[in-house]
Structures are given as structure tokens and as C-alpha cells.
Design a protein around this ligand. Sequence first.
Ligand code: ADP
Ligand code: MG
Length: 321
Amino acid sequence: MGEFELIARYFKRPTTRAAVGPGDDCAVLAPRAGMQLAVSCDMLVEGRHFLSTVDAQRLGHKALAVNLSDLAACGAEPLAFTLALALPRVDPAWLAGFSSGLHALAERHGCELVGGDTTAGPLNVCITVFGEVPVGAALLRSGARPGDAVWVSHAAGGGLGDARLALEVFRGLVALSGDAFERVRRIMEMPEPRVALGMALRGVASAAIDVSDGLLGDLSHLLRRSGVGCRLHTEHVPRSADLAAQPQALQRLCTLAGGDDYELVFTAPEAVREQVLAAARDVGVAVTAIGRVEVEPGLRLVDAHGVALDNDWQSFDHFRT
Ligand code: ADP
Ligand code: MG
């Protein structure tokens, strides 16, 4: 199977929202009047972002999910995406799985594959997403104000840190029952981007970011961009029953610096508390208040008894040695 047959078989799908889809030199997008394009790009590299043993269908899902999560953080509605793919070999079973996971998530979000590039090389998946947001309505990192509440999204009954818990099991550092492992592994491999929540928070949240590298690190980016600080209640950070059954140090590592959560952390004035809860209820996602924005820069952590904790959890950084 050659390059063009491969593209036609696995990646070419009819498009309706784009003016021109795959097959020409450029895709042509048609954002609606009064909308701005929100654009984001994320690359997944084998051995860095995923294990070589990961199921192809789940990888297809995750490659798009991490990009949709960036649109969610901006309150943008998915429109289209491009796919740059490097493959070590043409493996029809792998391509069928990968493309089915990718297209299934794309269809759920009305996000059309409009082009890409396909080449031989070490397995690498790079997606660029395009979303629409009403002019001036994009949620940014820079809008948090002193007095705002800090919220985090999560699945009902779930929380942050399950993806990291799964990684620790893969590393052999933690043991879980078979059922619990399958659950957290699924969360690590098939994150659910909070697109509907991001859109529902337009005009409600003052600032937002998605949690990809760990809560404290990503929240710190938001605080710095907003020129503020915050007090964060570490024990208010939601967690699943499986994680809550682990030693406290591991719970804190996973919830505060876990990474791969793809939840939204956002701020909102106290006056819109009910609107935040209503937005979350409308889209079927849970949200929990975990702290408060303060004038003084920095992140101050307090435990369940109000006792200050050192912030010695580092979030993920590819180039830190
Ligand atoms: P060009 O050489 O003009 O960059 P290519 O020959 O690389 O174009 O690709 C041919 C067409 O197939 C283009 O429209 C491109 O966007 C599309 N395409 C290539 N790879 C993919 C892919 N993985 N998924 C979707 N479309 C793709
Ligand atoms: Mg090309």
C-alpha cells in the first residue's frame, strides 16, 4: 500500500463544515461570521508520550483528545484538524485501529480531518486543531482576579491523578487490583476533553487552562499570566476512591503533579458561583472549588487543617535534567 492509498483508505472522510477538505494543497476553512479561529498543536512521540505497547485505537483517541483539551481551555468549539503522521511501517491492523479511535472522537465533536502529511519514520503523531470562538470571548490564562474562586473539573466520582496512578503501576511502583488498574489505565489512555464545559464557561470563568503537565504547574502558568497568586487546599482536590486508598504522599503526588489529566482548572468571581455550578451540571461534568486567588504572587498550599505545606512537587518539563 502506497502513501496515497493509505491516506485515502484510513484518513480521508467526507467533510461538510470545511470549504475544502483533504486532497488539495490546502484545506480551506469556513469559520462562521463573528467567530475567531482558535488554533493549537500537540505532538505525541513514542516512548515520550505513550508506551510502544499502547492499543492503536486508544492512541488515535488520545492524539486528538489532547488537542481538543486545548480548545476546551479556550472555550472554543472544534471545527477541523490536520494530522501529521510518521510511521515506521505500513501496518493495516494498526492503521485501522488508530484511525477508528481518531475518527470516533472527531465525529463526536464535529471536528473534521481536513488534511495532513504522511511520512515514513519513527512513530510520531502531530495534530493541529482549529476551533471557533465568538470574537473576544476566548477564555485566556490572563483573566484571574484576587477574590476569584479556583475550580477544577472532573468526572463525577473521579478526580485528578488517576492517569499518574496508572503510570506508577506501569513503572512497577504501585500495585492495584485488576479492575482498578483497567479503570485508571483507560483514563490515562482515553482522556475525555472537557469541550462542552469550556464552551459553557464563556462569559462565566475569568481565566482557564487545561491540566496536562500537573495541576500545580499548570495553575502556576495561569496565575503568572494573570499577575496574581493563590491559596490552594490540597485536600479539596478531588480524587477517585482508588487513589484515595493510596498513601497520602502518593495521593498528593498524583493529584498535584500527576500530569495527563486533561481537566480544566479555571477561576471565576464568587458572584457567579451558581452559574459555574449550573454550567457544569448542564454538560454533565463535576466541578470542585479548590482555592482562592490572592493579590500576592505564588501558590500557597494548605492541608485539611489549614497548615501550610511546602510546594515541592514539580510538574512535568521535557527539558528539565
Ligand atoms: P503536499 O505534497 O501538497 O503537501 P501531500 O502529497 O503530502 O500534499 O498530501 C496529499 C493530500 O493528502 C493533501 O491534501 C494532504 O493534506 C492530505 N493528507 C496527507 N496526509 C494526511 C493524513 N495523515 N490525514 C489526512 N490527510 C492527509
Ligand atoms: Mg506533503
